[in-house]
Design a protein around this ligand. Structure first.
Ligand code: HAX
Length: 436
């Protein structure tokens, strides 16, 4: 058994025992009421699912096993001489709850390099898509096609003891995470680079190899961007749509490939992960409409108002949980300050950050006027030459696999059951109100 799997086995068997005894003694303890507004309001704040890898605080932002983004930037292993944390380290932390050593992370980079090959039939599936098909559609189909490789599905149909579910789930999680950059790069090169594919370089870490296969290697800082990008997008506790969908699909014992494909269908919505493409499209439309790549704050404010007047949202702003600027936005801003200060597009994103919150506050209904993760990422990608906006959500998806698949290992280890909440009808609603 490999060292990460062994560490996960120890951590999960101990917690499974603790939870069992807590529920035995305190299972009937009430932890909050549910209001009608919550039921009709997208279940905001409803505590209803266990999720080990991370927890979101409305003011402080995401904490991975208790560590904030500034803390993981400092504490997670980096490549020699590098400044950015390696997402391999975050996966380790989310899975077993401990900061790994440099040696652990080097092992994990090698392990993923080894497991990363994608099947020929997956390449055939991608090649069969008409050029112009949205990359998220291709990504989801590619992931689904790789389900043929699922160890969990194979073992389950051979007959698997419930207590062992976590083991092939771990194998699938590791294999799928390893394969995703190759699938994503295959889509990118097929769609935007005449199908001129680039072989993996097995000596590189997960992010640098991804940058290499995408073919964006003119500036080595793009690999650094990929390291921080793939780290900060990895998880945002369990209630967000892509995580929750992965969890829900997985609760039927669908294998990690199908569960993750389901999660990616959620990520592809414009209120969620697709917002990263919408932001940059919006910024470029603004630049075109104003007629300068260095718009003033007043010009930006007018454009924001015009967007709102059309009954549209300002992409990259607002959040269902956060009530302060997203630390993932701040981490990207710090990256830009360190690597590409003075870039016109980045400056426009920063000016927009000064302009939008007061306008949204003025509407009196927006609960969070601050930027989210998607407000900044496009400007960084454009700087390094990735101008194909439709591909941006695929990058988010590759990263999101780390959190949702670590969580699925936990769901299997803890023996979490099929999800099946109670729905209500408007007749029930009227009755409740009448009786109150
Ligand atoms: N621009 C304009 N209006 C906004 C807004 C924005 N950025 N954010 C919220 N509002 C509006 C809502 O549309 C809603 O209006 P109505 O009552 O007229 O329907 C009102 O303010 C209250 O909404 P809320 O309670 O503040 O926000 P929700 O929890 O309902 O929604 C969203 C959260 C992220 C969906 C929302 O803020 C939004 O649409 N933002 C723009 C899209 C976006 O950036 N999405 C990415 C979010 C982060 C993420 O998941 N990344 O993957």
């Amino acid at each position: 058994m490999d060292k990460l799997k062994n560490a996960f086995k120890d951590a999960s068997s101990q917690l499974a025992g603790e939870i069992k005894s807590i529920l035995k003694e305190h299972g009937s303890k009430e932890v909050g009421a549910v209001t009608l507004a919550q039921i009709y309001g997208g279940m905001r704040g409803l505590k209803s699912m266990p999720w080990e890898p991370s927890e979101l605080d409305a003011k402080e932002g995401i904490k991975f096993r208790g560590y904030s983004i500034p803390e993981i930037k400092k504490l997670l292993p980096k490549i020699k001489g590098g400044q950015e944390p390696l997402p391999e380290g975050l996966f380790w932390l989310m899975l077993v709850g401990e900061i790994p050593t440099d040696e652990d992370v080097a092992w994990l980079s090698k392990e993923w390099a080894k497991r990363g090959e994608i099947p020929q039939h997956t390449k055939d599936v991608i090649n069969a898509f008409a050029v112009g098909t949205h990359p998220m559609t291709q990504f989801i189909a590619g992931v689904t096609s790789m389900q043929s490789e699922s160890v969990f599905a194979k073992k389950y149909f051979e007959g698997l003891n419930k207590k062992e579910y976590w083991d092939p789930t771990y194998e699938d999680a590791m294999n799928l995470i390893a394969k995703l950059p190759r699938l994503a790069a295959y889509i990118y090169r097929k769609e935007y680079r005449n199908g001129e594919h680039i072989d993996a370089d097995l000596s590189l870490d997960w992010s640098a190899n991804f940058a290499h296969m995408l073919g964006i290697t003119d500036n080595p800082d793009f690999s650094s961007l990929m390291r921080i990008y793939l780290t900060i997008h990895a998880d945002h506790e369990g209630g967000n749509a892509s995580a929750h969908t992965t969890h829900l699909v997985g609760s039927t014992l669908s294998d990690p490939y199908l569960s993750f494909a389901g999660g990616m269908c959620s990520l592809a919505g414009p209120l969620h992960g697709l917002a990263n493409q919408e932001v940059i499209k919006w910024v470029f439309k603004m630049i075109e409409s104003i007629g300068t790549s260095t718009p003033t704050k007043e010009q930006i404010a007018d454009y924001v108002q015009a967007t709102l007047d059309k009954g549209q949202v300002i992409p990259g702003y607002g959040h269902a949980v956060l009530r302060e600027p997203d630390p993932r936005f701040t981490a990207q801003r710090e990256f830009a300050e360190a690597y590409i200060k003075g870039d016109d597009l980045v400056e426009t994103v920063w000016k927009t950050f000064e302009v939008v919150p007061p306008i949204l506050k003025g509407l009196g209904k927006v609960k969070n006027p601050w930027p989210n993760v998607d407000a900044h990422s496009g400007a960084l990608l454009v700087h390094y030459g990735m101008k194909e906006f439709s591909f941006y959500t695929v990058l988010f998806g590759v990263s999101r696999a780390l959190g949702v698949l670590a969580a699925q290992c936990w769901s299997r280890a803890l023996g979490l059951p099929l999800e099946r909440p109670k729905s209500i009808t408007s007749e029930w609603l009227k009755q409740v109100v009448k009786e109150s």
